[in-house]
Design a binder for this molecule. Structure first.
Ligand code: URA
Length: 269
């Protein structure tokens, strides 16, 4: 036993010192009076129980985003879910959450990329220069936010300095964009620009290849296909006005398709 072995070693040492002429009476008295203490053993560090699999933060945000979005059953509930969602770091630097503008059960849903400075200030998508151009373009084919159009983005908070959103930021916002399509079930989904097209269609073709075609948007979780088309982003048109001809062709495709789908439109202003 460790206790007895320790005591006899100490006694042997005292006997040795006594034999060597050291006055040990006092020391022995102290030793004899001391309660016998079990020798302290150095506690082995506890073996950690089976290590828990570490989940990257992004996954946690993704799951939170998915469950928050899936629980919403209306555009208003989805907005509330988004306003309570803390899984996208962009929210911390943005002034406002920018979600949708227009008619909630509109036959046409347009999704762009991310809010800029004006949208961040107003809390509404597409209100700056490119938004004004977008409104003028869509008016040409009888679409407007007052009667038959709902506008949103794939990102709901302004990236600082209008930088491109990261893959993590896109992934954290995507469940809300996907749920918006499920809730609205538009007759036509218009994706404005490369980023919205890539994010929603999960395709990496260039926007010039994707635009001008009748496409379908569908997901495993939401197999009902939705008619979809890609148009050039109005901000791109402001930078490259020579591409307006292509943009005009995009509008003509939307107009023809909406006629085929029987979507009511406002008279041209
Ligand atoms: N560009 C976008 O893609 N969305 C906006 O809301 C504004 C500019």
């Amino acid at each position: 036993m460790e206790t007895n072995a320790g005591q006899s070693a100490a006694r042997a040492l005292l006997a040795f010192w006594r034999a060597a002429g050291v006055d040990m009476d006092m020391a022995e008295a102290v030793y004899a009076a001391a309660p016998s203490q079990p020798v302290e053993t150095v506690a082995r560090p506890k073996r950690a129980s089976a290590p828990r699999p570490l989940r990257p933060r992004a996954d946690t945000s993704l799951e939170a985003a998915r469950s928050a979005a899936q629980a919403a059953n209306s555009v208003a509930e989805l907005r509330a879910a988004l306003e309570n969602f803390e899984g996208c770091a962009l929210k911390r630097t943005a002034r406002n959450t920018v979600f949708v503008d227009g008619v909630e059960n509109a036959p046409v849903l347009l999704i762009g990329e991310a809010p800029g400075k004006d949208e961040d200030q107003a809390g509404k998508p597409f209100v700056g220069r490119s938004g004004q151009l977008l409104d003028r373009m869509l008016e040409q084919i009888g679409l407007n936010r007052r009667s038959n159009l709902l506008i949103s983005n794939t990102i709901y908070w302004r990236p600082p300095g209008n930088r491109d959103p990261t893959q993590g930021e896109i992934a954290a916002c995507l469940p809300f964009a996907e749920r918006l399509v499920e809730i609205v079930q538009p007759k036509l989904l218009i994706l404005a620009g490369k980023s919205a097209a890539h994010t929603m269609l999960k395709r990496v073709d260039g926007v010039l290849k994707l635009r001008g075609r009748k496409l379908q948007y569908s997901r495993d979780e939401f197999p009902l296909p939705v008619n979809a088309m890609v148009m050039l982003h109005p901000a791109y048109l402001l930078r490259q006005p020579q591409q307006k001809r292509l943009a005009w062709n995009d509008l003509l495709l939307a107009e023809t398709w909406l006629d085929e789908l029987g979507v009511e439109r406002a008279p041209h202003s």
